[in-house]
Design a protein around this ligand. Structure first.
Ligand code: MLT
Length: 437
């Protein structure tokens, strides 16, 4: 009955019930999280999205919202028989000015970047998954990405959003909601709320005109210089990216892309600076006498980036990795690899991530620890927390970490209170983010 009604809203072609057509929506990108859904519904307009949510609300039918399905924490696949609401068709992008663009929730990051670049600008949150990751999903997880040192995470770039609530009501602008309305609290909590409060329909995003000159360097860092070098790089007014990985990861990427590793130290920093006037000299001053490969031109800079951007796919080609996306203080970085290796004796550990300062000015890194082989997840979480880290950074909590979320998020009471008001029946992404009451 509900399925027929959903077909009535989105049409037969966009309400998928055939097992073969549903299959790709029932498993996440890593292949680790797999469930089943009665239907995948793909609204093609906000009216249709509203209609779908109103019907599911009326029927008490839980839904899971899915963007590009690049999530890694089991937060957007139907693990408990939810209807999948795919936002992929809500993909329009429009540049509004030289500092703002409006994107449908289903727009891929690549489409947003393409639109921004048409006026010589870019969007400040960028990840290697740009061809698939959608703006809605990136808001849901508060993605940080490779320019987080410059622009902060998704929430810092979110100027406004239009959402559809669990009962199907459409709010075209959260900015314009009356302060007395409970939904006024939604905009500041939206980034990182993992689809439990509302379905993002579209977002207004900050974009920034690109500075004309770029310098990129890959630097070998002795473990005892890691903290001070990261701090010096962070202080550069031209810094755009500060990516951390090591010889093990470079070798993995190099094999994946068929090149030879440019450097082989235990720790490497990939730094990109951009500025109105050539930032090479200030980058060179920070590198000092450390061994480094400095890109002589933008093409060579892109080549260095390949060793970082190829990592996710390279590790997945070797198996289904256990993914731990954690936040570590800089002071713990040089110990994290050995601590994690110590608790997964049978596993191959790869780690990489983004170093930056968080909103409290604390130097941290969003580290992606990927492990192939036998892993006791709790032991890894314990090791991370034992070093003062937190078990969730920018991939979200999903279903994978909700039992440990208390140590990772300080806004749970606010989220739960707003969820109780906006979705009292709990149909939006149940089982995600919030620990059981
Ligand atoms: C990345 O930034 O490379 C990915 O989000 C991390 C991962 O694949 O674990």
């Amino acid at each position: 009955m509900l399925i027929n009604d959903l077909v009535g809203v989105v049409g037969l072609d966009h309400c998928l019930t055939d097992p073969d057509l549903r299959a790709g929506y029932e498993v996440d990108w890593t292949g680790r999280y797999r469930g089943q859904t009665p239907a995948v519904v793909r609204p093609g307009s906000i009216e249709e999205l509203s209609g779908v949510m109103a019907l599911c609300h009326g029927a008490g039918q839980p839904v899971v919202v899915q963007g590009g399905n690049t999530g890694m924490v089991g937060g957007s696949v139907p693990l408990a028989g939810e209807v999948v609401v795919s936002i992929a068709r809500l993909g329009n992008v429009q540049v509004l000015s030289d500092s703002a663009a409006r994107a449908g929730a289903g727009a891929t990051l690549a489409r947003v970047q393409e639109a921004a670049s048409s006026i010589g600008a870019s969007f400040g949150v960028d990840t290697a998954a740009r061809d698939s990751a959608t703006i809605g999903g990136m808001i849901a997880t508060n993605a940080g990405g490779m320019n987080v040192v410059r622009f902060g995470p998704m929430g810092d770039q979110l100027l406004d959003a239009g959402v559809v609530l669990a009962d199907g009501r459409y709010l075209p602008s959260l900015q314009e909601v009356d302060p007395g309305d409970p939904t006024h609290a939604l905009l500041p909590l939206l980034a990182g709320s993992e689809g439990i409060l509302a379905v993002v329909a579209h977002a207004t995003l900050q974009i920034d005109i690109d500075p004309p000159t770029t310098a990129v360097a890959l630097i070998e860092v002795p473990p005892d210089r890691l903290v001070s070098l990261a701090s010096d790089v962070q202080d550069l007014s031209s810094v755009y990216a500060m990516e951390l990985f090591g010889a093990r990861e470079v070798a993995l990427a190099a094999a994946g892309i068929g090149r030879s590793a440019p450097l082989r130290a235990e720790w490497l920093l990939l730094v990109e600076c951009r500025s109105e006037s050539d930032p090479s000299a200030e980058l060179a001053a920070v590198v000092g006498d450390l061994p480094a490969v400095v890109a002589p031109n933008p093409t060579a800079g892109d080549e260095l980036w390949l060793f970082r951007e190829a990592l996710t796919e390279a590790v997945s080609r070797r198996g289904v990795p256990h993914k731990f996306d954690v936040r570590m203080p800089h002071a713990a970085l040089s110990d994290v690899r050995s601590r994690v290796e110590g608790v997964v004796p049978g596993g191959a550990v790869y780690l990489w991530g983004h170093a930056y300062s968080n909103r409290h000015g604390e130097p941290v890194a969003n580290l992606h620890i990927n492990i192939l082989g036998e892993v006791d997840d709790e032991a890894v979480f314990d090791a991370v927390e034992g070093l003062g880290g937190s078990v969730a950074a920018e991939h979200g909590v999903g279903t994978a970490k909700r039992h440990r979320v208390a140590g990772a998020r300080s806004d749970l009471d606010q989220l739960r209170a707003l969820k109780d008001r906006l979705d009292p029946a709990g149909i939006l992404n149940p089982g995600v983010l919030l620990p059981p009451a």
